[in-house]
Design a protein around this ligand. Structure first.
Ligand code: SF4
Ligand code: SF4
Ligand code: FES
Length: 543
């Protein structure tokens, strides 16, 4: 052991079914150095303080996957996690993996996890009737990369533990099984048939692509884009995907120009192309991309964003020709339909950049992650240059301007922030938004112990599996309620729509009273201008 010793409290889940009527937690006061791992702390307890503490470990170097546990509510490998990196106020909580029955203390029964892997035939099927072997077939570079990445899986079940869908639907295959399927889909020597059909039947389209599995994965496998969305793409190419509801969304975009019906006057018609309602020179000029939902049914959010920028002396350009970002296509495997969207939007942004307005801001987290993570690859493929920068509105408020906090007036409310998965997918940290919210005087912010509880609104799940989406949203609202907050605040229109729908259902059944949803931007606009009235989000049903 090297370095200075630090004292900390380790709380461990304990349960011995032979003796304990109920599970309980036990505290240990320990000293650690900066290179002590969670596994070493557990071993120290076992060797010096309580030999009955039971957990699994083997290689102690991140190779065997046996030491996976939940550390401060998130799954990870005990042997690869340094105590100093996960301490919160000098304390650490270690619990067994979720979604698997506890055998004793931190040891779980892994059978359901391994059954999910066995169910997808995780072996290469060779065609012995194919005649003489004619050499190794060429593997496209992307497939080769994917095969190599997927072979990194050590079957630790961390992703299975943290999977949002498994939490509410045990028929879902789970992320590790999808990684296995992808491995063989990319393998040209695999002669099996029907893997993609089976993947679709076993829930490939149930995943809201929230990436919790990726956060948990010690091998950092790119599960969302390179596994789930890639398998969806391959299923579309092979004609076994997407689901009929996803085809209908594409049809709606092609016929009406947007993924949701228009309610009221679209934001692009409500406001002029150039908005500057303050005296003097602007401190900056930006291009605002509203996305379908804010343009077509959440116009008050567009109004709120404009209000925020006027209070910060930022002039806004609202290009009239902007079109759907195409996210519903990408998320459901319909990548080949993306070209018109990429071409139109990026051509507009490049034209503004030529005039010296090179910052494009999105108000929808889904548009942001699509522009940031999907468009650059596609634009390269289509030969479209990118001469501008993409920001999320909140990111811009926190990082690109000196935010006017002097004019923010108090709003007395106790809230929990819901961190949208698409904001995470853009690589934007939760802290950005927590910091911003805390700038509004009077707002008491309750930190969620573990972010990543999904609203169920993404990845095409709401349209194809509405009940599953509702179970996810309902669970998220209940978690907020447990912490005694009066509402959830978020900055994603999909999350807002999904929560609104479920909250209305709960209100009708009398299950919830006085709980509110707050749109992040409307909260700010109201704080700048108390006469600005936040308006209720319309739910999916209001069309
Ligand atoms: S993205 Fe979320 S729901 Fe999908 S497999 Fe990963 S953890 Fe499960
Ligand atoms: S995908 Fe990652 S988290 Fe899931 S079992 Fe494999 S290594 Fe573990
Ligand atoms: S003990 Fe093998 S991965 Fe941790």
């Amino acid at each position: 052991m090297r370095g200075d010793f630090v004292k900390f409290k380790l709380t461990v889940f304990r349960f011995n079914p032979a003796n304990d009527p109920e599970p309980h937690y036990q505290n240990f006061d320990l000293d650690v150095t900066e290179d002590t791992t969670v596994l070493e702390a557990l071993l120290y307890i076992k060797e010096n303080l309580d030999e009955s503490l039971t957990f699994r470990s083997s290689c102690r170097m991140g190779q065997c996957g046996s030491c996976a546990v939940r550390i401060n509510k998130r799954a990870g490998l005990a042997c690869k996690t340094f105590v100093k990196d996960v301490l919160v106020d000098g304390s650490l909580l270690v619990e067994p993996l979720d979604h698997l029955e506890v055998i004793r203390d931190l040891v779980v029964n892994m059978d359901p996890f391994f059954q999910s892997i066995r169910a997808v035939r995780p072996w290469r099927i060779t065609d012995l009737t194919a005649g003489e072997f004619m050499g190794i077939p060429k593997i496209p570079p992307q497939d080769l990369e994917q095969m190599i990445e997927n072979k990194q899986c050590i079957l630790c079940a961390a992703c299975y533990s943290d999977c949002n869908v498994i939490d509410v639907d045990r028929t879902f295959l789970g992320p590790a099984a999808l990684v296995e399927i992808c491995r063989f889909i990319c393998d040209p020597l695999d002669a099996s048939e029907g893997r993609l059909r089976e993947a679709v039947d076993q829930g490939l389209f149930k995943c809201p692509v929230d990436q919790e599995c990726e956060v948990a994965c010690p091998r950092k496998i790119d599960i969302r884009r390179s596994v789930v969305e890639y398998l969806r793409y391959r299923s579309v190419v092979e004609g076994v995907g997407p689901l009929p509801q996803h085809r209908a969304i594409v049809q709606s975009v092609l016929e009406t120009g947007g993924s949701v019906p228009v309610i009221g006057t679209p934001a692009l018609d409500l406001f002029p192309e150039y908005i500057k309602n303050f005296e003097g020179e602007p401190q900056d000029e930006i291009v605002l991309f509203t996305g379908c939902i804010i343009n077509r049914r959440q116009q008050p959010v567009a109004k709120a964003i404009i209000e925020i920028f006027q209070n910060n002396r930022v002039a806004v350009h609202l290009p009239k020709g902007q079109t759907c970002c195409g996210s519903p296509f990408m998320r459901t495997g319909q990548r080949d339909a993306m070209k018109p969207f990429v071409t139109k939007n990026f051509t507009i942004f490049n034209e503004y950049a030529e005039k010296g307005i090179g910052k494009v801001l999105t108000s929808c987290s889904g548009c942001n992650s699509t522009f940031r993570k999907d468009y650059p690859k596609l634009a390269k493929e289509y030969g479209i240059p990118i001469n501008f920068e993409i920001y999320d509105v909140g990111e811009y408020m926190e990082r690109k301007i000196r935010l006017n906090t002097q004019d923010l007036k108090p709003i007395k409310v106790k809230l929990m922030y819901h961190y949208p998965c698409h904001i995470m997918a853009s690589g934007l940290e939760e802290e950005i938004y927590l910091n911003l919210i805390q700038k509004i005087p009077g707002v008491e912010l309750v930190r969620v112990p573990k972010s990543g509880w999904c609203c169920g609104g993404g990845g095409g799940v709401r349209s194809a599996f509405p009940e599953l989406a509702d179970r996810l949203a309902s669970r998220r609202i209940e978690i907020a309620q447990e912490f005694g907050v009066s509402g959830l605040v978020t900055n994603c229109p999909f999350c807002m729509l999904q929560f609104t729908r479920v909250l209305e259902q709960k209100e009708k059944k009398g299950e919830i009273v006085g709980f509110k949803l707050y749109d992040f931007y409307q909260l700010f606009a109201e704080s700048y201008n108390p006469s600005y009235k936040s308006e209720k989000t319309l739910s999916f049903e209001d069309s």
